[in-house]
Write a protein that binds this ligand. Structure first.
Ligand SMILES: Nc1ncnc2c1ncn2[C@@H]1O[C@H](COP(=O)(O)OP(=O)(O)OP(=O)(O)O)[C@@H](O)[C@H]1O
Length: 131
């Protein structure tokens, strides 16, 4: 993706808003290593789900977990970027609190995803091992 445009006014068209949203998604995916780990893990989980033939309600829980983690990572990136904009490399106790709490939110979302994964895949994997 090229250098960002210099627009500071509101979006006037839906396609303009969409373009900026896609740019935002691309920035997180291309710049945040953890986001790429989340995507890789999600792709593996979806492949495993297809292989094991999950039920519709199981897919719903899985996608809820996946998108909860993605959303938390996006908000974490927003918090980190805003903090860095405010204080740069200067140590600040409030910035530490914001960044740590924000990282904690991602961790909680990831734990939720692990629990959902265990509930959905655990019995199936045990059955496969026990064959
Ligand atoms: N300006 C700052 N003032 C105080 N503490 C900071 C500051 N910048 C970073 N920290 C501390 O360092 C930790 C790591 O900060 P950083 O911005 O690198 O987050 P990260 O979670 O490692 O980033 P990423 O999500 O990109 O991997 C923060 O959780 C916070 O405790």
């Amino acid at each position: 993706m090229g250098s960002p445009d210099k627009q500071t006014s509101k979006n006037h068209r839906l396609c303009q808003a969409m373009r900026h949203s896609v740019h935002g998604i691309w920035m997180v995916v291309s710049q945040e290593r953890n986001m790429r780990y989340h995507i890789a893990a999600s792709v593996l989980v979806v492949i495993a789900g297809l292989w094991l033939g999950l039920l519709p309600w199981e897919w719903l829980w899985l996608f809820l977990a996946i998108f909860t983690v993605f959303s938390a990572e996006f908000m974490n990136t927003v918090a980190e970027t805003f903090c860095d904009l405010m204080v740069g490399h200067r140590f600040d106790l409030n910035v530490k609190k914001i960044k740590d709490v924000s990282a904690g939110a991602v961790l909680i979302a990831a734990l939720f995803a692990v629990v959902v994964g265990l509930i959905i895949f655990g019995p199936r994997l045990l059955a496969l091992i026990g064959r």
